[in-house]
Design a protein around this ligand. Structure first.
Ligand code: ASP
Length: 334
């Protein structure tokens, strides 16, 4: 139906394919309010979750998605496996191939690892990128687009905005863009869907080469909120674990901004900034949140926040992706 063989980057999704995935996700989502959530669609197929980097919600979400489609799920995490004894990606891939994996969902600290897995000829499986380094996280972008479409394009007759895109909508993506695969994936997909994107970050957290991205860049969060009245604001996690010297601590982080307090004052979403947003605007965060740093507790828990809904939508979107990659045109949920 979509002709997708793998999902490695948001760039793999053209307008028509992106809408097809979102529309399929809407159908999947409808099945998730039934008492029996499980569909027989992928019975007999094997989905391997191959996680070389920590993850809670993404791994659980893919696991739930595969199980709701009746696939067999094998969870393979690098810790405690022979990967921690130095087994290469190639050897791991050959093992998965020997086990008959139909889809491999991979998260890896190295940007490009899913691409290598998909194209090196080691596995026949469909490969889904669940986050590689600072590069891409396409299913996050899809679940964000699904959530945005529901809130900004949907109406009483068409609550999920089926068939629609995000033309004319304005999304501000705020914070640690430099280390964010979520930002990279969202900029591409939102652009494909017709939305306007403004990245807001301190200059130290804006990637080199951002001029080539299809979006605007600002260093002034108050200005963007007050003057441009975005329809949605997406707060990014400050990724301290990717900030080098000092590792997970503040030493690394403070080479990117003067102090956590200063960051919060300049780039954090708090009650004051929340009040400046238009009434219909929604607040998003991919999780996990640093409460008190990029987002205050009252912003995270406000009724504008759709952060928990993003998690729920993640399951529907991942069901759609697995279905489209593995079941092709077979009838899914009659
Ligand atoms: N969970 C998202 C990711 O894996 C965002 C984050 O970690 O900040 O990229």
């Amino acid at each position: 139906m979509t002709g997708l063989r793998h999902l490695l980057s948001a760039a793999d999704l053209d307008h028509e394919t992106a809408i097809a995935v979102l529309d399929t996700a809407a159908q999947m989502s409808a099945t998730q309010s039934r008492e029996i959530k499980k569909l027989p669609t992928l019975r007999g197929r094997t989905v391997v979750n191959l996680f070389f980097e920590d993850s809670t919600r993404t791994r659980i979400s893919f696991e739930a998605a595969a199980k709701r489609l009746s696939a067999d799920v094998i969870n393979f995490s690098a810790k405690g496996s022979s990967v921690s004894k130095g087994e290469s990606l190639k050897d791991t891939a050959l093992t998965l191939q020997a086990m008959g994996a139909d889809a491999v969902v991979i998260r890896h600290h190295a940007s490009g690892a899913p691409h290598r897995l998909a194209h090196a000829g080691w596995v026949d499986a469909a490969v889904v990128n669940a986050g590689d380094g600072t590069h891409q996280h396409p299913t996050q972008a899809l679940l964000d687009a699904f959530t945005l479409r529901r809130h900004l394009a949907g109406d009483a007759d068409n609550p999920d905005g089926v068939g629609l895109d995000l033309a004319g909508k304005h999304v501000a993506i705020v914070g640690d863009v430099l280390h964010s695969r979520v930002a990279r994936s969202n900029v591409l997909l939102l652009h494909t869907l017709g939305a306007r994107v403004t990245l807001v970050a301190p200059p130290t957290l804006v990637p080199v080469g951002v001029e080539a991205w299809p979006c605007a860049v600002s260093y002034d969060l108050d200005g963007v909120i007050a003057d441009q009245q975005p329809d949605a604001i997406m707060m990014l996690r400050v990724q301290r674990e990717r900030m080098g010297a000092g590792g997970g601590g503040t030493t690394g982080a403070t080479s990117f901004f003067p102090s956590p307090l200063e960051y919060t004052r300049t780039f954090g979403l708090d009650a004051r900034r929340l009040r400046m947003l238009p009434d219909h605007a929604i607040v998003m965060h991919p999780g996990p949140m640093n409460r008190g740093l990029e987002i205050s507790a009252d912003a995270a828990d406000s009724d504008r926040a759709v952060i928990v809904e993003q998690v729920a939508n993640g399951v529907a979107v991942r069901m759609a992706v697995l279905y489209l990659l593995l079941a092709g045109e077979r009838e899914a949920w009659s």
